[in-house]
Design a binder for this molecule. Structure first.
Ligand SMILES: CC(C)(COP(=O)(O)OP(=O)(O)OC[C@H]1O[C@@H](n2cnc3c(N)ncnc32)[C@H](O)[C@@H]1OP(=O)(O)O)[C@@H](O)C(=O)NCCC(=O)NCCS
Length: 169
């Protein structure tokens, strides 16, 4: 259980629970609400957002892992963190693919607690490093940098290519 006393401003009684497909609908809805808002302003539907978070259910993807925070009083999911394990020759990297807190409860210390608890879980699972991509020059970049995350200094670069739709004659 997450200790509410650590929470900065609000006094919620919260549980930290492992994500599974029973939470798909609720976490998918929360994901859609958060990422369709600032600073992301994306265009998720309930179908696409459920497909996205499904990835972190161990029953769907054995390399995926997700944890959610539930407000015990209201019985509602208010936050989520999830990602994927990458196994290399001598070490294991976990990439945080998604982390989000209910729009109305952000900036109250809940994300901070969630990240701390999740890092403890990964440490127990012998993960050597955590990686993630996020929005440049946003408060989210600051959020992670203030918690020890730094720009990767190894010799890898992040490349991408847009795949254009084939034109059917
Ligand atoms: C990023 C996020 C998970 C952080 O969780 P949170 O509960 O809001 O964070 P906390 O209350 O623990 O705040 C921690 C820090 O973030 C800053 N912060 C949080 N929300 C903020 C906001 N809306 N505007 C500005 N700063 C904010 C706080 O000032 C605080 O700064 P600190 O580093 O000096 O302590 C949450 O804000 C969120 O869901 N954002 C939208 C989705 C998102 O961007 N997810 C990350 C994608 S990788």
């Amino acid at each position: 259980m997450i200790q509410p006393a650590i929470n900065k401003f609000i006094n919620l009684s919260m549980d930290l629970l492992k994500f599974n497909k029973n939470y798909l609908n609720e976490v998918g809805k929360l994901y859609m609400d958060v990422f369709n808002s600032d600073p992301w302003n994306e265009k998720w539907t309930i179908t696409s957002s459920m497909k996205r978070v499904e990835y972190f259910s161990p029953s769907i993807n054995k390399y995926g892992l997700g944890y959610l925070i539930k407000d015990k009083g209201k019985g509602k999911v208010i936050g989520f963190i999830g990602g994927v394990f990458y196994y290399y020759d001598q070490f294991t990297i976990f990439t945080i693919e998604e982390m989000f807190i209910n729009n109305n409860l952000q900036n109250k210390g809940i994300g901070n607690q969630l990240l701390i608890e999740f890092e403890k879980i990964l440490t127990k699972m012998k993960v050597n490093k955590i990686e993630l991509k996020t929005l440049k020059k946003s408060y989210v970049e600051k959020f992670y940098k203030n918690r020890g995350y730094i720009t990767n200094k190894n010799n890898r670069i992040y490349l991408a290519k847009d795949i254009k739709m084939a034109v059917v004659a």
